[in-house]
Design a protein around this ligand. Sequence first.
Ligand code: GLU
Length: 493
Amino acid sequence: SRRLVLAEAVRVRFAPSPTGLPHIGNIRTALFNWLFARHHGGKFIVRVEDTDQDRLVPGAVDAVLDSLAWLHLDWDEGPRVGGPFAPYHQSQRLDTYQRMAEQLIEKGSAYRCYCTEDRLQRMREEQLRLKQSSGYDRRCRHLDQGERRVREAEGGPSVVRFAMPFSGITRVRDIIHGDVEWQNELLDDFILLKSDGFPTYHLAVVVDDHLMEISHVLRAEEWLPSTPRHLQIYQALGFGPPEFGHLPMILGPDRSKLSKRHGATALLEYSDEGFVPEAVRNFLLLLGWSLDDKTEIMGPEAAIERFSLERVSRSAAIFDHDKLTWMNGVYIRQLSVEELADRVLPFLERDLPADVLPVSRDYLLRIVPLIQQRTKLLSDAAHLTSYFFQAEVDYDPLSLVQKGMDRESTLAALEAAREDLAKMAQFEHHAMEESLRAVASGLGLSARQFFGTLRVAATGREATPPLFETMAVLGRERVLERVASAIELIRAV
Ligand code: GLU
């Protein structure tokens, strides 16, 4: 039947709480869910868990969705796209949670609690003083009908708490961690519904995963301790639970909790820093998953085909920023010249001095092949190419003078170069090299000396892409002007 097929189909969700900008860990969770769905031909759902109204951060939902879009992780249901189980914002589903909470009360699996914040505070202090285990002391669980009626009549605020069984064991068969068990007596009567009518995460997550027919819950390991609570709610509501898989933590190279210090920032900042989404996605793939112990570069098709939960590790993944940078270079080198030019252009517009803008795309298409090999970040581009755009280059005149040369021989070299470059039939790099090599030997200078002087004169830099190609792209006029200025500079020394 249709129902059976639906129940068997893979439906996974990414359930961000918009309490901050999404970071590497959040989006790694999204990626693994997406890969799992795509591998199995299932559905990938985004659900916004915005029930903690005090902690909402404006713009966070968009930042999550934009991060997914940047990495080309498309979702089948959720915000911006809708779907058969809409709405996908928990804040728009309050009556559903309230109805479920009522059901749990009727079944005797939940109860209203009228304890004031004051009383709970005193209770916690007392527990601390007596070194008792913390957690609600279940006072309201034991109210009789009469006492309850009185409390209801008083009309004060109340919450709904889950009535945890006093004994027994709750076991989760985690896909990644294997069997994990909890003693029910150590689990407290946690809150399901808050006094403002909003559900807690525990109630909302179970209700929605059930109603949205989620087959596998793949989420960060920090949620593993919540899982017995969730399983208890499933059981109390008479729902079959989904499969659970808790993804390993991500740590910094020093094995401490990942932070900015390790180069981990909000995901979209990687875009501003010049990382390409292909590299970030490949890097995230390897944070807790591997094909074998050597494969590192893997595009989306291969990743979808190969992804499996069996190869998700239990132990923490280590975030290595240098590896991400290396990987970025690999992906940049794989781009076509046109593609790289398009990606670099916004960075040039951002980082080059305003007076050299706009950048001509045709000119850029000739520059890009010269820098592609050495570009690690798109944001390197302005520094690597500025001398192609600036009218004048700025440098220390003494850097024109190469080892074993003096002012006179440098001047002679520049003058000979000027003459040769001016009369050269074609301003093309092969011809240029042949002709200039002859000039160098005529002057009794080594290629290193002569071309070193010329490089500084033409670019203002001591290290550039291959000199003749660089000069060919700069063009005869610009190179001659720069050699002329170099002659002035060295005369003035
Ligand atoms: N809203 C939770 C979070 O932001 C999701 C936990 C879950 O996937 O169950 O991490």
